[in-house]
Design a protein around this ligand. Structure first.
Ligand code: NDP
Length: 449
């Protein structure tokens, strides 16, 4: 058995109850086989066995009181996965589906994604099984304060800098920051995604979505194609999805779908972004409202989805931007996309394609931008927020956007170059995994056991 398969088999035996974590590790390990054949030092230093185990993992109790005066308990998590190339960095997810395995898969991915940005950021991730849906403003604030009361002892501007993810946006970052400052009596850049008036960076809200579209443009340029005038599918309707739609529209493309946990919208005229932002960012309502207010739009609730596939991905398109959650594209969805003429899949969400769906895209040789490369614009701009905080300056929108664009081009270029180096020019999964891994692994070797 090869070294890679040996480590993988050990993990499968040890963590059978963490399927998402095993999926993320399998994807990275499959890509690393050719590197390990070429470079013996990684096996000599047993890097794989070391890199899969988080440096530190904290599970904590979050106790808070709801508006009715009832005591509520949630599970909190922070994983400090790898600090070889910089302070731990990665978002916080508040969603009822969050488990130790979810945070571990996200943290593991984050190590390589952060490495690809070229910035000095290690990998981390955190969150809670808290469900923000249906909670009042005060309940959200009380939960965030209770969560930070515990988390605060583990993080710091030079140690570990969390940000947002599913269920954690500007509002939550505000409450978390307020509580950290109260506890520490120190105004530190300890979180990113802050509001502009108190240390936030321009373009941070837009960064993941914009960055993903910049990445898709790079992939398409190579094939002498562009997004202009093209029909695109977007899933999700949160931070990543909204700014993906915005950038696509700026480039003259026509995004026709968005979704949330309850259903999806198909709008043949193209998504009305003003209405979408109002429903999701201001009113915080379901997409049912979108169809009520825009007559040509069709809403399909999840209850009407077939068992084996998501009908959103069965819509003819040129490009698809999954931007909701993990494993939202299965093999059948991938087949439907290809059958309907899709030429490009660029992942805004983390691990949105199952392993067999990803293989399908690779075999079809379409432009396939894996999440850790395509959605790295968010964390990259968080890195830029940290730089601005450290220097106590603020860059203009144009300056940050230009840097973000440059970083996405760089991520594409090193992923492509690395894929070519290993004889698989079209395989950006392999290219991004090897490029991200090599930098971290070399740093670990240089820093000793
Ligand atoms: P948001 O909470 O802003 O939005 C998430 C969207 O996805 C919502 O529309 C939500 O629906 C939908 N959604 C969440 N879970 C499910 C589910 N299980 N089934 C169907 N729909 C679901 O999160 P973000 O936009 O920030 O994150 C989206 C994805 O992008 C995640 O995978 C995240 O890890 C990834 N990502 C985010 C980054 C960022 O900067 N924010 C950076 C890099 C990656 P509803 O409104 O009904 O809850």
């Amino acid at each position: 058995m090869s070294y890679v398969n040996e480590v993988l088999a050990r993990l499968q035996k040890k963590f059978p109850h963490q399927p998402e974590f095993l999926q993320a590790v399998t994807e990275v390990f499959e890509s690393l086989e050719p590197l390990f054949k070429k470079e013996k030092k990684y096996q000599k230093y047993n890097i794989l066995s070391r890199i899969v185990i988080p440096e530190r993992q904290v599970n904590f109790r979050v106790t808070w009181i709801n508006d009715k005066g009832e005591i509520q308990v949630n599970q909190g998590y922070r994983i400090q996965y790898n600090s070889a190339i910089g302070p731990y960095k990665g978002g916080l997810r508040f969603h009822p589906s969050v488990s130790e395995g979810t945070i571990k898969f996200l943290g593991f991915e984050q190590i390589f994604k952060n490495s690809l940005t070229g910035l000095a950021m290690g990998g981390g991730k955190g969150g809670s099984d808290f469900d923000p849906k249906g909670k009042t403003e005060t309940e959200i604030m009380h939960f965030c304060q209770a969560f930070m009361t515990e988390l605060s002892r583990h993080i710091g501007a030079r140690t570990d800098v969390p940000a947002g993810d599913i269920g954690v946006g500007g509002r939550e970052i505000g409450y978390l920051f307020g509580q950290y400052k109260k506890l520490q009596n120190s105004f530190d850049g300890v979180l990113t995604g802050k509001a502009l008036g108190w240390g936030g960076s321009l373009v941070r809200p837009e960064a993941t979505g914009y960055g993903n579209v910049y990445f898709a443009e790079e992939m398409l340029k190579e094939k002498k194609e562009s997004l202009e005038g093209k029909i695109c599918l977007v899933s999700g309707s949160g931070n990543v999805a909204i700014y993906t739609v915005e950038k696509l529209q700026q480039l003259g493309a026509k995004p026709v779908t968005v979704s949330d946990s309850r259903g999806y919208i198909y709008d043949s005229e193209g998504i009305d972004l003003v209405l979408l932002k109002d429903i999701k960012e201001v009113r915080r309502e379901s997409l049912v409202e979108y169809a009520k207010e825009r007559k040509n739009a069709k809403y399909t609730p999840v209850s009407e989805y077939p068992n084996d596939h998501n009908p959103l991905w069965n819509t003819p398109c040129f490009a698809a931007f999954p931007s909701a959650t993990q494993n939202e594209i299965n093999l059948k969805d991938a087949e439907n996309l290809l059958k309907n003429g899709c030429k490009c899949v660029s992942e805004g969400a983390n691990m949105p394609s199952s392993l067999d769906a990803a293989h399908k895209f690779l075999n079809a040789k379409i432009c396939y931008g894996p999440a850790k490369a395509a959605n790295a614009g968010g964390v990259a701009t968080s890195g830029l927020e940290m730089s601005q905080n450290a220097a106590m300056i603020s860059w203009t929108f144009e300056e940050v956007d230009k840097k973000l664009h440059g970083i996405m081009k760089h991520i594409y270029a090193i992923s492509k170059e690395t894929a070519k180096e290993f004889g698989e020019a079209d395989n950006l999964v392999l290219g991004s995994n090897i490029a991200g891994f090599r930098k971290v692994a070399d740093a670990m070797i240089e820093q000793g056991i």
